[in-house]
Design a protein around this ligand. Structure first.
Ligand SMILES: [Zn+2]
Ligand SMILES: [Zn+2]
Length: 331
């Protein structure tokens, strides 16, 4: 964990929106939590469950002239622990209601049965992807991350695409899946402001994390395909500023989106050249695509590889063969 001294900030972005930078113990660095002083005092995300994050949140709110106890509702952009880990703590202090996409529910509740299903899904996926058995321990570690940096909580109101945010009548909900199946962005037409969560981030490209199928049977969602579609939807919108979940405000969303979409194609080109004269598993491709970081960041890098394999598969540019439960890709 990064133990450097944390200077709490509450930056006023518009007369009614404040950005609080909350430290996280993850590589991504600080997460941005937004306070909207609307009909109801609303927090967008809350940060992970750590003492440092709690201190930053309470001090940040103070700097913005309010207290945690006064928060009336919390909107979650998505279910990742850097964004929603200390949800229960905020709810207990304030009595605030939680608003989120229905897909966030099992993660936010840390539903035991769902978590078993979740781990089983990844175990099967990793085996099929050719991940060596000594590396499967990562699934447990991944699970432990969730229980360490969040605690069981709940969602009171489920939000849908294009609905108004309750008690924030200017704000519209946009379903923007891909980075996460529960991902929502919020949009206010009056000043063309979007709260983008991890859907649009300026300094890093968002990972289209592989997730289990919603109905618990059937095929997993093609997350990179979803992500690209949701990015395209935003590229078609008039947006002045994207208030991102990490890093600086994005003011050139079209340029950024077009470079992200382009990067996908250069990565599929790399994949095709790696498959030019041999058959490889998704794991082998991951080690070749991300030699420096795949060991440390296996879930992230394998997701990235599988997403690009999905793109090539739907375009019929590569084929797959199964042998002893492992998938081998070739041109
Ligand atoms: Zn995220
Ligand atoms: Zn994040």
């Amino acid at each position: 964990m990064d133990m450097r001294e944390w200077h709490t900030k509450a930056t006023q972005i518009t007369p009614d929106i404040y950005c609080l930078e909350i430290p996280t113990p993850f590589n991504v660095g600080a997460v941005n939590v937004y306070l909207i002083k609307g009909e109801k005092l609303t927090l967008i995300d809350v940060g992970p469950k750590t003492d440092e994050a709690w201190q930053a949140l309470t001090e940040g709110l103070q700097a913005a002239g309010v207290s945690v106890e006064e928060i009336e509702q919390i909107v979650l952009t998505h279910h990742h622990v850097d964004h929603c880990g200390q949800l229960e703590k905020v709810r207990k202090k304030s009595g605030a209601l939680t608003l989120a996409h229905p897909q966030a529910a099992p993660y936010v509740e840390l539903d035991a049965e769902f978590m078993d299903f979740h781990d089983q899904f990844f175990l099967q996926l990793y085996k099929k992807s050719g991940v060596p058995s000594d590396k499967l321990i990562i699934i447990e570690k991944f699970h432990k991350l969730m229980t360490t940096f969040s605690e069981p909580s709940q969602i009171d109101l489920k939000l849908k695409h294009e609905q108004q945010v309750p008690h924030l009548p200017e704000w519209q909900v946009l379903y923007t899946p891909g980075h996460s199946q529960s991902h929502l962005s919020l949009y206010r037409e009056r000043d063309r402001t979007m709260i983008g969560g991890d859907h649009i981030i300026g300094h890093i490209s968002s990972n289209a994390f592989i997730e289990p199928p919603r109905d618990r049977s059937g095929a997993r969602p093609l997350t990179l395909v979803q992500y690209r579609t949701a990015l395209q939807m935003c590229a078609d919108m008039e947006i002045e500023q994207v208030l991102a979940g990490h890093g600086e405000i994005v003011r050139n969303h079209r340029e950024l989106i077009s470079s992200r979409l382009q990067k996908n194609w250069s990565r599929t080109d790399t994949l095709r050249s790696l498959l030019a004269d041999k058959e490889l598993t998704a794991y082998e491709l991951t080690t070749l695509l991300f030699p420096a970081i795949y060991e440390k960041e296996l879930p992230l890098t394998l997701s990235e590889t599988l997403g690009h394999i999905d793109l090539l598969m739907i375009l019929h540019q590569i084929e797959v063969r199964e042998q002893d439960g492992v998938l081998y890709y070739h041109l």
